[in-house]
Design a protein around this ligand. Sequence first.
Ligand SMILES: [Zn+2]
Length: 332
Amino acid sequence: MDQGGRTRRQLVKAGLGGAAGMMLGAPVVRLAAAPRQAAAPQPVPGAGVTGTPLRLSEDLFVVRLPGEANVVARTGAGGVLLVDGGSAAASDALLKTVAALPGGGPVHTLFNTHWHPEQTGSNEQLGRLGAAIIAHENTRLWLATDVTWPWNGQRFKRLPKIAQPNQTFYDAGRPLPSSTASAVRRELGVRYGYIPDAGHTDGDIYVYFPEQNVLAVGDTVSGQGWPVVDWTTGGWIGGIVGALQRLQTLANEDTRIVPGRGPVLTLADLKAQSEMYGTIYDRLTQLLNKGRGPSEAVAAQPTKEFDARMGNPDEFVRRAFESLWAYLSPDA
Ligand SMILES: [Zn+2]
């Protein structure tokens, strides 16, 4: 996938010019040398503990179906706007729930915050119904190709054309200073834009509802447990730190921030997470600079003081460490 590859290389340059610059002297280990270990599925704390839709304002809801990622729904006379669409298995239930919301109805617009199947499972159904599906161009590219996660062999089939985003944008021709948001798009009563740090994937976007002061950020922020660091499609631990800093510039004290999983967060939560991941990033880069590998990084317990609250960190630490390799490898 040429374009995706170019994108990642651009991000590598961006990363090396920024926070990762300190690692330039580190031993560079080719990605292909990364050990391929089977990952035990991580239990999601609190999974299944869901209730009725959470009402954030007159016309804005977080729909939380059992075991599913958060979906943000804005109702209106012209229909419903969704940020993320749950998994394919839950798509029917989701669209029924959305239609039954106060002021609910058919969906005219769906944003994909990134390509993962937990967010794009309603694309096919809504695409067939003629909805606008808006995403970053990298998200469309990942959805148009088969993806395999090397760490556990999990395969993701490409989506049919009708299910792929049909309105994409691409703002990341060059790295942006971390203190600024990328080009902001204003339409449909929302502002949205690219989060070019690659905190989760290389196609992450946010959607901000200015009237309601609600910021939907997908899995770029985890509200529940350790995140998946999907370095196969561009995510990395330095990007988590960068994205958390960038998103703070889009929020104020009253903004309600809806992550991909878990409860609604505040600016204070973003600050706390930013510090935590910054600490972990520093520790992992120190281990990398000492020539350590992922298993040694896990053994060093770089997340020790956070584990009681966050859960077993082993898979997260392993993926986060591998993501540093991915960003330092010339072929990544
Ligand atoms: Zn995700």
